[in-house]
Design a protein around this ligand. Sequence first.
Ligand code: THU
Length: 158
Amino acid sequence: MKHIDIHVPVAAMRDDELSDSDRTLVMKAREATYRAYAPYSNFHVGAAILLDNGEIVTGANQENAATPSGLCAERTAAFYAHATYPDAKFLTIAIAARDTSGAELKVPISPCGACRQVLLEFETLAQHDVKVILVGSDQCYMLESVRSLLPLSFTHFE
Ligand code: THU
């Protein structure tokens, strides 16, 4: 038997350590939390995606009384981005959240499994790594790719 260790590199950074481009994206993700429609959970999530055509597309979680019909911020942003700019490739996604008190989370949230799978497909389409920035009030976690968020993932592209 052989053990396989999976290593996920995460760089923790304060806002002032971010590049200007990443700081802008983080700000857009934070702003997007205020456009969440989350009357059931009161948990407000915002996502901002930088595309290779220079556009930044944002999304926020959209809930529904028929619970499973709602959608996370990440997929709202990703599907909107691809529906609006089908030829553009994703470069970076930033994700921010505010809890039920309205305060930004200290420790960043990380996308749910379904969002990871969807984002992975857009990374595969882009044919390069898509950087992930998980935004917290104290620090951001930077991951070099969506793949690193979803090791041993399902893909039918390979
Ligand atoms: N949610 C997101 O939008 N993104 C995540 O990464 C985790 C959870 C949303 C779904 C639901 O509207 C609310 O947060 C509570 O789970």
